[in-house]
Write a protein that binds this ligand. Structure first.
Ligand SMILES: *[C@@H]1O[C@H](CO)[C@@H](O)[C@H](O)[C@H]1NC(C)=O
Length: 229
């Protein structure tokens, strides 16, 4: 009692120094391998899932904002929605409709489906960016969102391939893709037709980003948290 009371500040300082030291050692020890993403980065599966979930949530948010902004500005009262329904190029993929259906599918299959969806958006997203660029007087916010989604799609694809590499190394590169046939040929200056095509793409993108996010949640819960979430 007397000894502890004799220099409480000193021992507390010592403890603090020890803690700081421990933290520093831990940070320094865990940093070099992940500092350079190209290098042999030893991320845990949980870190990979956390990152993938974040990116996919971000993509879904961007796509929701982009779709509602486009809808508000260009689609009011034009009936684009009737053409957009059931016309998604990814409809040919056997994706579950909701979380309950997704729960029943094997993790490996669900992972492959996510990668297939992401892959089959590469081209349409490039197309979407160039369409947004060509819309006369379109606000910059629409174009910048399309560009950001295109980049995040690639980023998530890379992340998912790393996850598959860990969960199921033998399956790498063994996916099925849905081929995008492009928009039907259109008349020059047929603005209504072009806008309808952009509307459909944005609508499908919003649907698919939502699917990807909810499949990832199902998978992360199953593979990382042993269904305890
Ligand atoms: C996405 O939007 C939701 C709801 O607004 C928000 O809570 C979340 O933080 C957003 N996620 C990202 C990654 O931006």
């Amino acid at each position: 009692m007397a000894r502890e009371g004799s220099s409480p500040k000193g021992s507390r300082l010592l403890l603090l120094l020890l803690l700081v030291n421990l933290l520093l050692c831990k940070t320094v020890a865990s940093m070099p391998s992940c500092l350079n993403r190209a290098a042999n980065c030893q991320m845990s599966l949980q870190d990979m899932f956390d990152r993938a979930l974040y990116v996919s949530n971000y993509m879904h948010n961007l796509s929701t904002d982009m779709f509602s902004e486009f809808d508000r500005r260009y689609a009011q009262g034009r009936g684009y929605i009737t053409r957009a329904l059931n016309s998604c190029h990814t409809s040919s993929l056997p994706t579950p409709e909701d979380k309950e259906q997704a729960q029943k599918i094997h993790a490996e299959e669900l992972l492959r489906l996510i990668v297939s969806i992401l892959h089959s958006w590469n081209e349409p997203l490039t197309h979407l960016v160039s369409e947004m660029r060509s819309i006369q007087g379109a606000p910059n916010t629409l174009l910048s969102k399309a560009i950001e989604i295109e980049e995040q799609n690639k980023r998530l694809l890379e992340g998912m391939e790393k996850i598959i590499g860990q969960v199921q190394p033998e399956a790498k590169g063994n996916y099925f893709y849905s081929v995008w046939s492009g928009l039907p040929p259109q008349q020059v200056n047929d603005e209504d037709h072009r806008n309808s095509g952009v509307y459909s793409l944005s609508h499908c993108l919003n649907r698919d980003t939502h699917k990807i996010y909810s499949f990832l949640k199902v998978l992360s819960c199953r593979l990382i948290y042993k269904n305890n979430c």
